[in-house]
Design a protein. Structure first.
Length: 277
């Protein structure tokens, strides 16, 4: 299948995700993400694509970046990622895939899928609806990964890890210092964290389902205090960056994240020392 995104061409085997790839081909999928990549990535830029799925962003940005490290722990995603890289031999020279799960530390953990692996929803945050689709994996910290792989340069990190960001970010300070403060583009999955806290707090699968549905109807979070506590210091290590932007390029006052950490519920963020727009 031929994919064209903003004049960049590459081939993929869509596998079980043909509908998703068809949508990507329309150019309507995540336009802000491509705006961010187009602005911050230069020919000498090294990228780390954490949560690479089947390779859409890795393949896109390999057209202009120097090197791309692509990480995904999902066994189906990783197989599709490898296949799609091989279908593009020129781009393949720049892309280095790893079937690796990143967390806040080295730990043995469950990787769970909502319906099926490979559907871009696998998470290391336990959720009641996923308990029938889980496999045990070993996750490591981002710092340990870059040391293990002897990675000296990373200029841009894209992180879309289905809730694992809540484990990674509180421990990211040493990593970004080691890498000389690369630009970070982080996709936040507030609902995954919400479900995870429900799972830890309520053992009944039925009651979980009922309360989550009720929350959607009335708009009231039953575990708002626990969620706030979980994200209160999420950005502490990232306050060293000069600029924080929403995915649309709107500048964010740091006070907003300090006083209202739930801002991430509706906003993906870019942390950078490069002025944008």
């Amino acid at each position: 299948m031929n994919i064209v995104i903003r004049k960049h061409h590459f081939k993929v085997n869509p596998g079980q995700n043909k509908e998703a790839w068809d949508y990507i081909n329309t150019g309507l999928w995540e336009p802000y993400t491509f705006d961010i990549l187009d602005y911050f990535v230069k020919p000498n830029t090294t990228i780390m694509d954490i949560g690479a799925w089947s390779g859409v962003l890795s393949l896109y940005i390999a057209h202009k970046a120097q090197k791309v490290f692509s990480l995904d722990p999902d066994p189906v995603c990783f197989q599709e990622l490898q296949t799609n890289i091989k279908l593009n031999p020129i781009l393949a020279e720049k892309i280095f895939p790893y079937q690796t799960a990143i967390s806040g530390k080295k730990e043995t953990i469950q990787l769970s899928a909502r319906k099926t692996y490979g559907a871009s929803s696998s998470s290391i945050l336990s959720r009641k609806k996923d308990t029938e689709n889980s496999l045990k994996i070993t996750a490591i910290s981002l710092f340990d990964f870059i040391i293990q792989e002897k990675i000296k340069q990373v200029d841009f990190i894209k992180m879309d890890v289905e809730g694992a960001e809540f484990k990674i970010l509180p421990h990211i300070g040493l990593t970004i210092k080691e890498l000389k403060y690369p630009t970070l583009y982080i996709s936040f999955h507030y609902n995954f964290l919400n479900e995870h806290i429900y799972n830890k707090s309520i053992h009944s699968k039925f009651l979980n389902k009922v309360l989550l549905k009720l929350e959607k109807v009335i708009g009231f979070s039953f575990f708002k205090k626990k969620i706030k506590a979980a994200i209160q210091h999420l950005h502490d290590d990232l306050m060293i960056y000069e600029y924080i932007y929403t995915a649309k390029g709107d500048l964010v006052d740091k006070k907003i994240l300090i006083e209202n950490p739930e801002f991430i519920k509706n906003h993906d963020l870019v942390f950078t020392n490069i002025k944008w727009k």
